[in-house]
Unconditional design. Sequence first.
Length: 141
Amino acid sequence: MSLAHNKSTVLQAYKAFDLGDIEQGKRLVSPDIIGCVMGSHKLEGVDAFFEYALMMRAAFPDGYHTFEDVIAEENQVVTRGIFCGTHQGEFMGIPPTGKQVKFSVMHIDRVINGKIVEHWGQGDTMALIQQLGIVILPKHC
């Protein structure tokens, strides 16, 4: 597939996520997708991938991505941008706050034959937690 096609596949997947269109998302993702999100959530298979996606949609149902960079080389697509949304559902054990959040994200997706087969995503978790008003106290030795 061309670099332009790979970029289009990845951007369509994020659009499907932002719209809550899981069926469209599943058409763009390999059944055997693997990935890691927010640094520690390892995902194996389409069910685990969309379970995480649905958890994020439940926590931030109006959430959406705005990408500032979309870079493709060979079969990888890197996206850099912002995720915005309103915290309306539980997230990482944090009950809904109703607060608006905006934090930077960066993803690397590998596309093979028009399907995303790997997804690696990082978000600015510290900015997110701060915007939700969560205070993290230092641990004492």
